[in-house]
Design a protein around this ligand. Sequence first.
Ligand code: PHE
Length: 337
Amino acid sequence: MKEKIALLKEKIQSVRIKTPEDAEKFRVAFLGAKGELKALYQELKTVPDGDKKTIGQEINALKKMAEDVLNQIDIEEVKTDKKHSNDLSRPTYENQSGTLHPLTLVKSEIVSIFEKIGFSISEGPEIEDDWHNFSALNFPADHPARDMQDTFFIDCPNPELSLRTHTSSVQVRVMENQKPPIRTISPGRVYRNEAISARAHCFFHQIEGLYIDKNVKFSDLKQTLAYFAKAVFGDKAKIRLRSSYFPFTEPSAEVDVSCSLCESKGCSVCKNSGWLEIMGCGMVDPNVLSACGIDPTEYSGFAFGMGLERIAQLKYRVSDLRLYSENDRRFLQQFQY
Ligand code: PHE
């Protein structure tokens, strides 16, 4: 059996296909219903059980090889006669260049906006322990606030591990390892146990920001966010802050940006309010600073966090979140850079 396989391999490799007829002959001889591969598969039935698996794999590999030979011939090229193929003025095939993913585009844009005002970039693990994702961020132990983010817990071997629900976990790592002043943004993928729909997904991407120094005030936060909104949505963009709650910031706020689609006149995207919600923010809670080894009587800071899918949705008018992860080329090719 092994010799037959080796022999057939040699045969397939030695075939030269020059015309569409050659290709068809090749297909019939090797891959057809009465072809040589079919015969090998028949014979496989007679092989002792112990050898079936390896021999079967070898025949499968051979079949793939024969299919690859067929797939790789450019039938157009084969059809063209000699005279034509020497025509150097003949147009070439279109050069298909790749595109950057819209989330990559938005991420790069936001990163460069914050780099300009002195923020560094920090990254961390997607599988996190309880301390970095929750406890250090002032989520009380066994408190339902941990459910606020629909966590995917990883059962074993360590029940304390979960997929990070936000990149605030990276900021904890930065605070533990660096002395203020700290100015950093953390882009990355995060996970939440949500049903997948046009408006929600079980993973998405965030950029969170952190600034810690002496005398950092709420007004610094507001100015930074106003600068950011203008840089992303244009000079006319305004922001408004609505008070909110996060365990790790006090006071906390939701940030809205004026709707650039209808110039705040009211449209379906802003639900006639003239405003679009884009992120959460607040002053870092003193408990968080202490937990990370920073003295809250000496230092203060602000933090903010946004979803990249949301910003890309507003910039590029993407109506369905699922498009970001479905790899549909008709969608992706619209983002030429
Ligand atoms: N971590 C919050 C979230 O994932 C966002 C946030 C970051 C809010 C920093 C306030 C301050 O929803």
